[in-house]
Design a binder for this molecule. Structure first.
Ligand SMILES: Nc1ncnc2c1ncn2[C@@H]1O[C@H](COP(=O)(O)OP(=O)(O)OP(=O)(O)O)[C@@H](O)[C@H]1O
Ligand SMILES: [Mg+2]
Length: 287
């Protein structure tokens, strides 16, 4: 490829390209001035999975994503996206920030917001024309927001704003998407729509990394899990990683709160052995 140069690296910095990995984070430590909020993070996310980053408030989930995207400067560590530094992989990365971190008062329409996702992609979109508009409208339609295209973003509900930001990520046609709590504060219908879109991306070979708060849906939505609380508590395929013991370690003192919720939230024990005479089981088995 013309113009590509082997990145300059210091002798002690290892070559981090692993073909099967979408994201590789090594020895990452981040501090905002005081005690580290992320400590010595080693993380690998394979290509083509839908991964959840889960942990209590203040665990460093948003900070982890921001440091991967170069928005927060780490004290130490390396990040590689498809084997590349962020600035080399930037065009292949889509990002939906946590809603509370966005200033929703800027005077642009929903369509404008989605069009912003196109600017970085291709030179010929420099002045958005009819084609860019059509593409942005199609993305709005995908999230069920086409009727709100000309509405000011500040005049949309929280869930609608969230969907517009997802449409913006969709038009980027990235290979890896980072979404920071995309399901927070949306209704059940919107949540289903968002999950369906993310599953479609995953099924098309994209890697989807989602900061997620609802433990109840981890197993049904995700195939990969990263449990974080300043340090990495556990990471891996959901069936092996989503265990009561790991959740306890991630949530520490807050586990009492978790234990008050329904048992299936924190006790991912195997499905009960179905009784052959159980009519529910027969129905389920036939469907
Ligand atoms: N810009 C900042 N300056 C100073 N401290 C910060 C800053 N951003 C985050 N922090 C602190 O860093 C820690 C991790 O914050 P972060 O936002 O990454 O947590 P989180 O896991 O995303 O939490 P939540 O579930 O509430 O979104 C918290 O203790 C937070 O107070
Ligand atoms: Mg956060």
């Amino acid at each position: 490829m013309t113009g590509w140069r082997e990145p300059v690296r210091s002798p002690e910095e290892p070559a981090l390209h692993e073909p099967g990995l979408a994201l590789h984070v090594e020895d990452l430590t981040v501090s905002y001035g005081g005690a580290p909020v992320l400590w010595d993070i080693d993380l690998d996310i394979p290509k083509g999975v839908m991964a959840a980053i889960v942990g209590p408030n203040g665990a460093g989930k948003s900070t982890l994503i921001k440091s991967v995207l170069g928005l927060v400067r780490p004290v130490a560590g390396h990040v590689r996206i498809f084997g590349l530094r962020y600035r080399e992989a930037r065009r292949r990365v889509g990002y939906v920030p946590q809603r509370s971190s966005v200033d929703w008062d800027f005077p642009v329409t929903a369509l404008d917001v989605v069009m912003m996702g196109l600017y970085g992609r291709l030179g010929w979109f420099r002045r958005p024309g009819r084609r860019a508009r059509a593409e942005a409208m199609a993305a709005l339609a995908q999230v069920g927001m086409e009727d709100y295209a000309s509405r000011q973003i500040s005049q949309l509900s929280g869930g609608q704003q969230q969907r517009v930001f997802i449409a913006r990520a969709l038009v980027q046609q990235a290979d890896i998407y980072f979404l920071d709590e995309p399901m927070a504060g949306v209704d059940a219908t919107t949540e289903r729509a968002i999950v369906a879109i993310l599953h479609r991306l995953r099924d098309a070979g994209k890697t989807v990394v989602v900061v997620h708060h609802d433990l109840q849906t981890v197993r049904s939505y995700f195939d990969w899990l990263v449990l974080l609380n300043v340090r990495i508590i556990a990471q891996g395929a959901v069936p092996e990683t989503y265990t009561a013991e790991n959740l306890r370690r991630a949530y520490g003192g807050q586990i009492a709160l978790l234990d008050q919720q329904e048992a299936p939230l924190v006790e991912p024990v195997p499905e009960p052995e179905p009784k052959p005479t159980d009519p529910h089981h027969l129905e389920a088995g036939q469907s």
